[in-house]
Design a protein. Structure first.
Lengths: 397, 384
C-alpha cells in the first residue's frame, strides 16, 4: 500500500488549556526536524486538533515511521491514504481496495467510522458507516462487524479529498521537546547518563550536556564515544550542545591536596559545580545525572547527599530507583547500549582509591576542600572558560 | 614535531607507491580479465609486481598470490593447507605468541576437529627446537611459526625449524607468518624450507588492503575464495591492481640498498635502547643483535599505565602503541609479553616503539626527552 501521509495523534498536550497552541507548535517543529533526517520532503500542518504530515515527494515509509516514533509528544501515528472524491460509488471501490491491500489476512472484527468535514457531502456520517459496512461484508464475508470493540477501526474522513486510515502505530508518548525549559546533563561514557538524558527530554526538556575530559588519562576515543552517545540521544532530544571540559588539572590538584579515599567524592562535587556554572551560562534551570542509589561508592545515599550539597539548581535523577538491568533495557531500546559498553576509561575511575569512602561525612569533606582554596577557584574558572562546545545531531537528509 | 614510531602497526606509503597507485586507479584502470587492450595493460602491472616480489624471495613468479593483506594471507595458508591435507592427518603445530590472524583461524580449525599443539617460548621469545621436534606426530600436517614477533621483535630460527620438520617428514607443510619480517630480512623460502609465507603491503611502506601469500608450487593448498577463477583459481576476485602494483614498488624499494637500510635501522634501535636503559624503573623487552628484529623496541615502564603514557606522548606529537596495535583495541593483555615472562605488574605498562625508513636520530632524541619529562609526573599520580 502506498501511503501519502500520516495523521499524528497526541495525548497529554491535548489537555493543556490556553498553552495548547504552544505545545502543538513545538510538536510540529519536532516532527519537521525528525522527518528532515529522512529521505523525502514533507509538509507538516496543524488542523483542528490534529497534525498531518503529507509527503511532497517519494519517501521511505519505514524510515519515516521510525523517525516519527522518536518524536516525544506523539501518542499514535496513523499512515493514511488520500483519494479524490469521485462520488460514493467510487468510494466503495476505494475502501475495498484499501482493505484488500493493507490486510492480506481477513480475519478480524471491524467498524467503519466516517467523519464528514465537508458538510456538502450528500450522505450523513451514519449513512456512510452503514453503507460502507455492507459493502465490506459483501466483498469479504469472513469479516465480522463489532461496533463496541472492533479490532480494526476503519476511519473515513470526507474533506475536500478523502482520507482513509485504520492502522495505529504507537508513538513514544511524553511531551514535545522545547515545551519544558532546558537542563544540563552530566554525560559520561557509561550506560546510565544517556538514559537519564533521554528520560528528561521525554518530558519536553531541551537537553545540553557536559563531559569531563582528562587527557592523557582519558583518550580522544573516549571523547568521540561521548560525542557518539550525544548524537544517539539527539535522535530523540533534538540537537544537543555538548560542552567538553578539560578536567585533568583539577583532578591532579585534588589528588595532591586531599585524602585519597575522598578523591572521587570531591571530584564529583567539582563536576557538579562546573556543570552548574555552565548550566547558568546556558540558561539551564536544572542538572541531570544518571545516578542510581547504591550502584557504586559515589552513589550511596550519603555520597549523593554530599555531591548534591554543592548544587543550588534542582538535580534531576530519573533513574535513581532503577536496577541496572532496568536501565540497560532502556539503553538497548533507545540504541545507546552498544556504544556505552565500548571499553574506554572515563575520568571517574582513573585515580579511584582501593577503598573509597562510601559514607562521606559532609563536615570532613568540606574541611578537605579547604586545602584546595589557594588555586581551585581560578582552576574552575579556567575549566568553564576553556570548555569546547560541539553541537551533536543526526545528519539532516 | 611529529614523530611516527608505530611502523609495525602501519607505515606511511612511499611517494613512488602513491604515484603508482594513482596512475593505475585513474589511467590504467582496466580489469586484467578483460580481453581488450585496457585489460591487458592492467594485467601487465600484476605481472610486473609479481615478478618484483618473486625476485626478493628468489622464488618463481607463479608462486606469488595477491591477497587483501596479512590477515587473509594467514587465513588462506592455514585453512587452505588444513583443508587440502586433512586426509593425511589433522594435527597442527604452532606457538603461543602468534598474531590473532593465526591464532583465531587455528582456534576455528580446532572447532572443526583439528588438534593444535602450541609451543612455549623462552624469555627471549624463541621456541625450543627440541620441543618442536617432539611435538611432531605421524598425523602432523602443518607447522605455523611467525618469523618476527610483532610485540617484542623476537626472531624465530626459521631455517632450523624448516630443516628439522622436513627431516622428520617432508610432507609436513611449513607456514611462516612473515608480516613483520618481510623487508627486514632476506627470506629464502627454498633454502629455509618455507612452503607458505604471509606478507602484508602496508607494513613495508606499501598500500593498505593488499598483501601476498607465497605458496610453494609443490604444496597442496585449497583456495579460500571461489569465483571467477583469477590467479590460477587460487584466489578468485578481480585483482586489486593498484594495490598489487603499489606493493610491487614497495617490495623492490625495500630490498634496494637493503643492508644499508637495515644497518641504519639497527643503529637507531640500539641508540633508543641505550637511552632508555639509562632511565630509572624501565625494562627493555627487546634484545639487541640479530636475534631480534631491527624495527621493534618493546619497553616496560614501572608504575605507569601504557595507555596514559601513550596519550601523553601523543599530546607531544609522538605516536607509539601499547602492546600490539591490533590487539590493543580490546584491553586484553598481551599474550606474548606474558609468554616471555614479563612480570604481571609490567604487562599493562608496556609500549612498543617501531621504526620505519623515515625515522631519524633527532626524532628519537625528542622522544626520549619527552619520556624523561613525563615519567616522574605520571608516576606521581597513580590509581589505588
Amino acid at each position: 500500500m502506498k501511503y501519502q501521509s500520516f495523521l499524528i495523534k497526541y495525548a497529554e498536550i491535548g489537555v493543556k488549556g490556553k498553552n495548547r497552541y504552544m505545545f502543538e507548535d513545538a510538536l510540529v517543529k519536532q516532527i519537521r526536524f525528525a522527518l528532515g533526517t529522512t529521505e523525502g520532503k514533507f509538509e507538516v500542518t496543524k488542523e483542528s486538533g490534529r497534525i498531518y504530515a503529507n509527503a511532497l515527494t517519494d519517501f521511505d515509509y519505514d524510515d519515516a515511521v521510525a523517525a516519527l516514533k522518536r518524536v516525544f509528544g506523539i501518542s499514535a501515528i496513523c499512515p493514511m491514504v488520500q483519494v479524490d472524491d469521485l462520488g460514493f460509488e467510487e468510494l466503495k471501490v476505494q475502501v475495498i481496495q484499501y482493505l484488500d491491500q493493507v490486510y492480506p489476512e481477513k480475519r478480524f472484527t471491524f467498524k467503519v467510522n466516517a467523519r464528514r468535514a465537508n458538510k456538502q457531502y450528500p450522505m450523513t456520517s451514519e449513512e456512510i458507516n452503514r453503507a460502507l459496512g455492507e459493502v465490506i461484508l459483501e466483498r469479504f464475508p469472513e469479516l465480522k462487524v463489532d461496533v463496541h470493540r472492533p479490532e480494526v477501526m476503519i476511519h473515513v474522513e470526507i474533506r475536500s479529498r478523502i482520507n482513509m486510515y485504520s492502522q495505529v502505530i504507537p508513538g513514544p508518548g511524553g511531551m514535545p521537546v522545547g515545551t519544558n525549559g532546558r537542563a544540563m546533563l552530566l554525560l559520561s561514557g557509561g550506560i546510565d547518563s544517556p538514559v537519564a538524558g533521554y528520560m528528561i527530554a521525554k518530558r519536553g526538556v531541551v537537553i545540553e550536556a557536559v563531559y569531563f575530559h582528562a587527557p592523557p588519562y582519558t583518550s580522544d576515543r573516549a571523547k568521540e564515544k561521548v560525542v557518539d552517545l550525544a548524537r544517539l540521544v539527539s535522535r530523540y532530544a533534538g540537537p544537543i550542545r555538548l560542552h567538553i571540559v578539560n578536567f585533568t588539572d583539577i583532578q591532579l590538584y585534588i589528588y595532591d591536596q586531599c585524602p585519597h579515599e575522598e578523591l572521587t567524592i570531591i571530584m564529583r562535587r567539582y563536576m557538579m559545580r562546573i556543570a552548574q556554572r555552565i548550566a547558568e551560562k546556558q540558561k539551564c534551570l536544572g542538572l541531570i545525572t544518571g545516578e542510581s542509589i547504591g550502584q557504586v561508592a559515589s552513589q550511596t545515599v550519603q555520597s549523593l547527599a554530599a555531591t548534591n550539597e554543592v548544587c543550588t539548581m534542582p538535580v534531576f535523577r530519573p533513574v535513581i530507583g532503577f536496577d541496572k538491568q532496568e536501565i540497560v533495557d532502556i539503553a538497548e531500546q533507545i540504541g545507546t547500549f552498544e556504544t556505552s559498553i565500548q571499553p574506554f576509561e572515563d575520568c571517574c575511575t582513573i585515580f579511584v582509591a582501593k577503598h573509597p569512602v562510601t559514607k562521606p561525612n559532609i563536615h570532613i569533606i568540606r574541611k578537605s576542600e579547604e586545602k584546595l582554596s589557594e588555586k581551585i577557584e581560578e582552576m574552575v574558572e579556567t575549566a568553564v572558560e576553556t570548555a569546547e562546545t560541539r553541537i551533536c545531531q543526526e545528519q539532516q537528509g | 614535531m611529529e614523530v611516527y614510531l608505530d611502523n609495525s602497526a602501519t607505515t606511511r606509503a612511499l611517494d613512488s607507491v602513491q604515484e603508482m597507485v594513482a596512475r593505475v586507479m585513474t589511467e590504467d584502470y582496466g580489469n586484467p580479465s578483460s580481453r581488450h587492450r585496457k585489460g591487458m595493460e592492467a594485467e601487465r602491472y600484476i605481472k610486473e609486481a609479481r615478478c618484483a616480489i618473486a625476485r626478493t624471495l628468489k622464488v618463481r613468479d607463479k608462486e606469488i598470490f595477491f591477497t587483501s593483506g596479512g590477515t587473509e594471507s594467514n587465513n588462506m595458508a592455514l585453512f587452505g593447507a588444513a583443508m587440502a591435507n586433512q586426509r593425511a592427518g589433522k594435527h597442527i603445530i604452532s606457538t603461543r605468541i602468534e598474531h590473532s590472524s593465526v591464532y583465531r583461524p587455528l582456534a576455528c580449525l580446532e572447532q572443526l576437529g583439528f588438534t593444535v599443539t602450541y609451543l612455549n617460548v623462552d624469555r627471549e621469545g624463541h621456541i625450543c627446537l627440541e620441543e618442536m621436534e617432539q611435538a611432531i606426530r605421524p598425523d602432523t600436517i602443518l607447522v605455523s611459526v611467525m618469523y618476527v614477533n610483532n610485540e617484542i621483535g623476537a626472531v624465530e630460527p626459521v631455517e632450523e625449524i624448516g630443516r628439522r620438520i622436513k627431516e622428520k617428514n617432508p610432507q609436513i607443510l611449513f607456514h611462516v607468518d612473515g608480516i613483520q619480517a618481510y623487508g627486514k630480512y632476506e627470506i629464502r623460502p627454498k633454502k629455509q624450507e618455507i612452503d607458505l609465507l604471509s606478507v602484508s603491503g602496508h607494513k613495508i611502506h606499501g598500500p593498505k588492503g593488499v598483501g601476498f601469500l607465497y605458496i610453494n608450487e609443490k604444496a597442496k593448498v585449497k583456495p579460500l575464495l571461489y569465483g571467477g577463477g583469477q590467479q590460477r583459481d587460487m584466489r578468485s576476485g578481480t585483482e586489486n591492481v593498484p594495490g598489487a602494483a603499489g606493493l610491487g614498488v614497495a617490495a623492490r624499494e625495500m630490498y634496494t640498498d637493503f643492508s644499508e637500510k637495515i644497518r641504519r635501522m639497527r643503529d637507531l634501535k640500539d641508540y633508543l635502547i641505550d637511552q632508555m636503559e639509562d632511565l630509572p624503573g624501565i625494562q627493555v623487552n627487546s634484545k639487541r643483535g640479530e636475534g631480534s628484529a631491527p624495527q621493534i623496541i618493546s619497553v616496560s615502564f614501572q608504575g605507569v599505565r601504557s595507555e596514559v603514557l601513550l596519550h601523553a606522548l601523543e599530546e607531544r606529537g609522538i605516536y607509539v602503541s601499547s602492546g600490539s596495535a591490533c590487539s590493543s583495541n580490546h584491553p586484553a593483555i598481551s599474550g606474548t609479553l606474558k609468554a616471555v615472562g614479563v612480570e604481571k605488574g609490567l604487562l599493562d605498562s608496556t609500549l612498543r616503539f617501531s621504526l620505519g625508513i623515515y625515522n631519524t636520530r633527532e626524532e628519537l632524541d625528542y622522544t626520549i626527552e619527552a619520556v624523561k619529562e613525563l615519567l616522574p609526573v605520571l608516576r606521581r599520580y597513580q590509581r589505588g
